[in-house]
Design a protein around this ligand. Structure first.
Ligand code: DP6
Length: 312
């Protein structure tokens, strides 16, 4: 049995929309931070047929089946039992598919002796779920053309930001990212503007990271998040992922920042709010978010490790 771990990542500049080509090629470059503390652990063992277990329940997962079928066109992989557990809510906008495919390719690479380097594993993870490409690495990680594999923009030690996740619901989302992106591309009148401005938002964020310019990163990241949600909300059917507590958290984070706390928000395809802050402000941010009605739990994260094999 081979066991690997990977952590979710939070996109500071979001990926929302695919090019018209196979392999989950994003419409624009994106950049994320890989988190600590939230972890997917995936064990692979030989079996008489493929079986997938998620959080101790057997599941049928067509994305996973397709991913394995693609891999088997290039590598010899005998039937496997894949047992994956998340120590955080699955499918509720906490990027479980990112850490899931990153942990899976890392474990499979070792188990099936595929001998892939991290960059190539990242490209394979992208074919499972594009955000997963970024969870192969630690720190600040970009996913950019032309190869569309993850690259580390900066190590965690360059700027050790913290993240407080405010969990406002643990119900799995009604429309997942893959379907949501297709709906947005086909129906939102704002989608072309989102694509056209993606590269300059990305450049702003990467410059801000290099210069450790918190205000610049806050502005770029919140703008990218709000643009993505504008596209989602103007899709038909509408993709409305926020609940009242989500909005209350955004307001609280804006008020904190106006009062001098270095914090900004990010929200993905779900109602959880991620507050990204300087470490000296983590206690204050967690205290404020924890008191908001509808916030069920807060989780503190630092910047986490790359995906890795923990038991060969
Ligand atoms: C909102 O990577 O889950 O979290 O490639 O279709 O599997 P697929 O989508 P996925 O989408 C992530 C979308 C996001 C933004 C982001 O992580 O960049």
């Amino acid at each position: 049995m081979t066991t690997a771990t990977a952590h979710p990542n939070i996109a500071l500049i979001k990926y929302w929309g695919k090019q018209d080509a196979p392999g989950n090629i994003p419409v624009a470059p994106n950049v994320s931070i890989t988190l600590s503390n939230l972890t997917t652990t995936t064990a692979i063992s030989e079996h008489d047929r493929d079986e997938f277990w998620l959080n101790a329940e057997q599941v049928v997962d067509t994305k996973l089946e397709g991913f394995l079928a693609d891999l088997r066109r290039e590598f010899t992989i005998a039937p496997v039992k894949i047992e994956s557990t998340n120590n955080f809510p699955t499918g509720a906008g906490l990027a479980s598919s990112a850490s899931g495919f990153a942990a899976l390719i890392t474990a499979l690479n070792h188990h099936a002796k595929m001998r892939l380097d991290v960059a190539t594993m990242s490209q394979w993870a992208r074919r499972g779920s594009a955000s997963a490409a970024r969870s192969l690495m630690c720190g600040y990680v970009s996913l950019t053309p032309p190869a569309w594999r993850a690259e580390q923009v900066a190590a965690p030690a360059h700027w050790p930001l913290h993240v407080v996740v405010a969990v406002t619901s643990t119900v799995p989302k009604a429309i997942g990212s893959t379907d949501g992106m297709r709906i947005s591309r086909d129906t939102s009148p704002y989608f072309p503007a989102w694509v056209a401005t993606g590269a300059s938002d990305f450049d702003d964020a990467v410059q801000a990271i290099a210069a450790r310019d918190f205000d610049k990163l806050a502005a770029a990241a919140e703008l990218s998040c709000l643009k993505m949600h504008s596209v989602m909300l103007t899709s038909v059917p509408t993709l409305a992922y926020w609940n009242p507590a989500t909005v209350a958290c955004m307001d609280a984070i804006r008020s904190l920042r106006a009062a001098g706390t270095a914090v900004f928000f990010s929200i993905d395809a779900g109602p959880q709010v991620k507050a990204i802050c300087l470490p000296q402000h983590t206690d204050a941010v967690e205290q404020v978010l924890g008191q908001i009605e509808g916030v069920r739990e807060t989780i503190r994260c630092a910047l986490g490790d790359a995906a890795q094999v923990i038991r060969p």
